[in-house]
Design a binder for this molecule. Structure first.
Ligand code: SF4
Ligand code: SF4
Length: 384
């Protein structure tokens, strides 16, 4: 799907009126990210996740994933060079009733949290109902968006605990990176502002991709933006691996990749910003891995998380291939989890050499192995 036309571009909110945490008398307001009773819910989910890990590792000895990751659509109105997902051209999507049934099964199987993504999830007009189904089945519900439709398709904010909005650079530079030159940055910022006002309980993260298009200064600029807007910031890393070489889009990804020395420098810079009070939520464990130029860790992400393509196929992360035998239309989620094929896929992860640093795989794997630096730095993030 192409970018929206210029005539479709309309902002509901003046970019100059971004809400900051400073009131009209120049007094700093209480941060929207402070610890609250609502946030304690999150700890229930963390503890539930820990119980699942312990059960899976020491009792059942089979995977018992607790994170439900769902590409609700593969359609998108951007064209990012680093995107793998745009090459997944299956147009089919699970219907809302199928999704509602699936999320009820996820509850039964003990999933604690969900991440709803795409493509651009807000292109689905029923996205609010999808988020509601996740929320009503007790999952701590997160979503990831490019921000274009935040203001107009906004009611998901009633049922979403946390939204990741992609911002890779300030202003027009971001629009160029994302292949949407019709004012994506302004729309995303205005959309964040809208959600801060109307859905104060929803945590908002800017998710910024580190690649050759940003340097220390642009990273600092994004950190300042988040601090001024009183929202949180998470960096993902554009890092390929020779094993991706056969994948569509590999060449573009490779061009955007920082080498390990540059990455180590930028990670050091991000860590300095974080410890100077900028609202950066990457763990020190994650940043130290990059600073120390490590290239391998034993991954356990597929034992903790199940990922589904929009048509209901299970996604195998180490080759991004759909597993069409394990489709939620053909069998229940419980039967997929118990199947030999799924158990093999999940257990093969520890032999994976890709060492992803673009999502939570590194942190999650550190927790899985009870690696003390991982526990310490993730606990620090959880309580702040
Ligand atoms: S916004 Fe996301 S899904 Fe869309 S092209 Fe960019 S990376 Fe891909
Ligand atoms: S490192 Fe982990 S998350 Fe990444 S592809 Fe390998 S098994 Fe999957």
């Amino acid at each position: 799907m192409g970018c929206p036309t210029e005539t479709e571009f309309k902002t509901e909110h003046d970019i100059q009126k971004i809400t900051t945490n400073i009131d009209e008398n120049n007094v700093i307001k209480e941060s929207r990210n402070k610890m609250s009773t609502d946030r304690l819910r999150y700890f229930g989910h963390l503890i539930g996740g820990l119980k699942s890990v312990l059960y899976s590792r020491f009792l059942a000895k089979t995977p018992r994933p607790f994170t439900f990751s769902h590409m609700v659509t593969n359609k998108c109105n951007c064209d990012c060079d680093f995107c793998f997902w745009k090459y997944h051209t299956n147009e089919e999507e699970l219907t809302l009733p199928e999704i509602q049934k699936l999320y009820a099964q996820a509850k039964k199987e003990g999933f604690m949290n969900s991440i709803l993504w795409g493509g651009e999830p807000l292109l689905r007009q029923d996205f609010t109902e999808i988020a509601k189904a996740s929320h009503d089945n007790g999952m701590y519900t997160k979503m990831a968006t490019n921000g274009w439709y935040l203001s107009e398709n906004h009611e998901f904010g009633n049922y979403t605990d946390l939204a990741f909005v992609s911002i890779d650079a300030i202003g027009e530079k971001h629009d160029i990176i994302r292949g949407n030159r019709f004012g994506l940055y302004d729309r995303a910022i205005n959309g964040i502002d809208f959600h801060k006002k109307h859905y104060p309980k929803m945590r908002i993260y800017i998710c910024a991709t580190v690649s050759t298009v940003n340097d220390a200064q642009s990273i600092t600029d994004i950190a300042k933006l988040c601090k001024d807007m009183d929202i949180l910031l998470y960096f993902t890393i554009n890092k390929s691996n020779q094993d991706f070489a056969e994948w569509s889009g590999f060449d573009k990804l490779k061009q955007l990749e920082r080498d390990e020395n540059q990455l180590a420098e930028l990670a050091r810079h991000i860590k300095t910003l974080k410890h100077s009070g900028y609202p950066i939520r990457n763990s020190d464990y994650f940043l130290d891995y990059l600073i120390e130029k490590k290239n391998y860790y034993e991954c356990h992400w597929p034992q903790a998380a199940m990922v589904f393509y929009s048509n209901g196929d299970l996604l195998k992360c180490y080759d991004r291939q759909p597993v069409s035998n394990l489709n939620v239309r053909k069998m229940s989620l419980g039967d997929i989890i118990k199947s030999e094929e799924f158990i093999n896929i999940a257990n093969q992860c520890k032999d994976c050499k890709l060492a992803c640093v673009g999502n939570y795989a590194l942190d999650c794997s550190g927790l899985w192995r009870f690696d003390w630096p991982a526990i310490k730095s993730i606990a620090q993030i959880a309580i702040t």
